[in-house]
Design a protein around this ligand. Structure first.
Ligand code: ADP
Length: 363
């Protein structure tokens, strides 16, 4: 039997706000209800002070909806509008999110804007990290345009293990989770910032990643509020910024660097994608989008430069057909370029970890 909005609202009739408050349905605090594949998602608007008191209502709402026939999972979030005062925001910046058990490092692959090849780079970088002998996971957090199912050629849905925990999908020896496996992309398109954050947090924390050396997070493109919150709420060890060489893209890349610096996430480096084009028939080199811009920018920003990935037909063809080039031609020059970037990233992560960590020693 299919779940409808009316049935969800009827199930919520018996859920009340605390201390003699109105029913949740009548309170005017409910967001749109998104129903997709047996999963029901909505949020309850609160003021920041109500987080503790309304947790009971949130949990009761989840339980009531999960009791409906046809509902596999209900995800109810408390969402508070952002405060306009800068003080709480700054206070929040200094608190570090809790880490994920058994996951040694989480890194973000980000870009100031869409279309620069961020997802392709994230996927190939993950394959390259795995070729170094590391256990690698990929979390596709590009919620409005999830591309990991396509890049890795994964179809089907993740299995629900105990409770709310999902089993990640696997491809090329990597564990992969993407919102693309879970909801219709059109459902995710209408999600507002808090729902996006909550969905990503769930994919991060309610997936049986197992033991991983590194989890690569393909971030949503851009440097808006959602990206900033995500950068802040994910226990990141560092971030890689992908940029094409044009000036315009580099301005966005600079914004990306600034965003991670704001939340004190180390920049592991800038990687230039769609760099020089080498003609496959005559070998002539053309710098279609310019060349070297990202290297200069990295120098200016005093962050490492992770290398240049050429604009190449095989990259486009393989990433659009579910066979990332770094896995298909592991001895080729392209795989090697990704491997160099991977080595630099891993080297930086490990050298930071090996520095004395007072927090750990004190504990
Ligand atoms: P983003 O995640 O930044 O939106 P994608 O990784 O989805 O970008 O890439 C956009 C398009 O560009 C895809 O069709 C992809 O195959 C292609 N692409 C990415 N990097 C390269 C490259 N180095 N050479 C050729 N095509 C590329």
């Amino acid at each position: 039997m299919s779940v409808t909005r009316e049935k969800v609202l009827a199930a919520l009739e018996g859920v009340y706000l605390p201390e003699g408050g109105p029913s949740l349905v009548r309170s005017g605090r409910l967001s749109d209800i998104v129903i997709a594949d047996g999963k029901v998602t909505f949020s309850i608007a609160i003021t920041p002070k109500e987080v503790m008191t309304l947790e009971v209502t949130r949990a009761a709402a989840e339980k009531a909806v999960e009791a409906l026939r046809g509902v596999e999972q209900a995800v109810v979030m408390l969402t508070a509008e952002r405060s306009t005062s800068p003080t709480p925001q700054r206070a929040k910046l200094s608190t570090r999110p809790t880490s994920i058990p058994d996951v040694r490092h989480i890194i973000a692959v980000a870009s100031g804007k869409g279309g620069v090849g961020k997802s392709t780079t994230a996927a190939n970088l993950a394959v390259a990290l795995s070729s170094l002998g590391l256990k690698v996971g990929v979390l596709d957090a590009d919620i409005y345009g999830p591309s990991m199912p396509r890049i890795f050629g994964i179809t089907g849905k993740p299995r629900l293990l105990t409770g709310r925990i999902l089993e990640p999908m696997e491809a090329f020896g990597l564990k992969v989770m993407s919102i693309g496996f879970l909801v219709d992309p059109e459902a995710a398109m209408i999600w507002r910032g808090p729902m996006v954050i909550s969905a990503i947090t769930q994919m991060l924390r309610e997936v049986a990643w197992g033991e991983l050396d590194i989890l690569v997070v393909d971030m949503p493109p851009g440097t808006g509020d959602a990206q900033l919150t995500l950068a802040q709420q994910t226990p990141l060890s560092g971030a890689v910024i992908v940029s094409t060489p044009q000036d315009l893209a580099l301005i966005d890349a600079r914004r990306g660097v600034a965003m991670f610096r704001k939340v004190e996430v180390p920049i592991l480096g800038v990687l230039e994608n769609m760099s020089t084009f080498v003609c496959p028939s005559c070998g002539h080199r053309s710098d279609i989008f310019g060349h070297g811009g990202a290297r200069d920018e990295a120098e200016k920003l005093e962050v490492p430069f992770l290398g240049e990935i050429p604009l190449s037909m095989p990259i486009r063809e393989t990433s659009d057909s579910g066979k990332p080039i770094a896995a298909m031609e592991p001895d080729g020059t392209l795989a090697q370029a990704y491997r160099l970037a991977a080595q630099s990233v891993w080297g930086q992560l490990e050298s930071t970890t090996q520095r004395p960590a007072p927090r750990i020693i004190l504990e």
